[in-house]
Ligand binder design. Structure first.
Ligand code: TMP
Length: 236
């Protein structure tokens, strides 16, 4: 399958049309941004890590009953995916307090939450991706109740599957952000990516951060952390 026209360029990926109207090619970039694009940089090799890590995790999820956009990894940076229209929500699942939750509610980072937390943010850069709830989502017509129930159920199942899978690789899944899309027939499937850009991964033993927080917070060793995740999950 060959790329035809570029459909979209985001902060971390480009999306191309193909000769098949139901398929797209995603191309992962090394560009990194944080704080809604205010901080910009490059993480050498990030695109290749995120491509293979995301595909590896989506393959595992697919085998366990989660429908995903993954069709075929084409090369180290590019993947053939099902074409979807993205539901403009960032779905965040949190097992351990960190990041914006710690800030908002005054919880120390690393504190285990008594209950898994699900949050929705409305994907709109101009508004700074504001936190919304089920009522806002219905009021704005972002998704209907049935779609949202499907999204929430998949999100919790993904949490169980991913947490267990990563635990075996010595990685604690602190929190993550996922996105869903609608295929041409309206089916909800997991889209976008699952990578060190979109998850907090801490080493189970030492608590060392192995994700994009190293870039966001200028902690150094960013490339090594991404590489470590690739090695632990894919063994290369
Ligand atoms: P937060 O604590 O900053 O709200 O982030 C929660 C999770 O979502 C964390 O794993 C990082 C991920 N995330 C994204 O993937 N994209 C974003 O734009 C933000 C702000 C967070």
């Amino acid at each position: 399958m060959k790329k035809t026209v570029q459909l979209y360029e985001g902060k971390a990926k480009k999306v191309y049309a193909t000769e098949d109207e139901n398929l797209c090619i995603v191309s992962y970039k090394d560009d990194a941004t944080a704080f809604n694009g205010l901080k910009k940089g490059t993480i050498e090799g990030k695109g290749a890590v995120n491509n293979v890590v995301s595909n590896h995790l989506m393959r595992m999820l697919e085998q366990n009953g989660i429908p995903t956009h993954l069709v075929e990894e084409l090369n180290d940076r590019e993947t053939l995916v099902k074409k979807v229209s993205i539901v403009p929500l960032e779905v965040i699942i949190r097992n351990i307090a960190a990041g914006s939750l710690s800030k908002r509610l005054g919880l120390p980072e690393g504190e285990k939450l008594k209950k898994t937390v699900l949050e929705y943010c409305y994907k709109d850069d101009d508004l700074g991706d504001p936190l919304v709830n089920e009522y806002h989502i219905a009021a704005l017509g972002i998704a209907d109740d049935e779609e949202l129930a499907t999204i929430a159920a998949y999100s919790f199942k993904i949490n169980d599957l991913l947490s267990a899978y990563l635990k075996d690789a010595g990685i604690e899944l602190i929190d993550y952000k996922i996105e869903f899309g609608r295929t041409a027939d309206g089916t909800i499937i997991l889209a976008d990516e699952i990578s060190p850009d979109t998850c907090r991964f801490w080493d189970s033993k030492t608590g060392k951060k192995l994700d994009k927080d190293r870039f966001r917070r200028d902690l150094g060793g960013v490339e090594d952390a991404y590489d470590e995740i690739r090695k632990r999950l894919l063994g290369k």
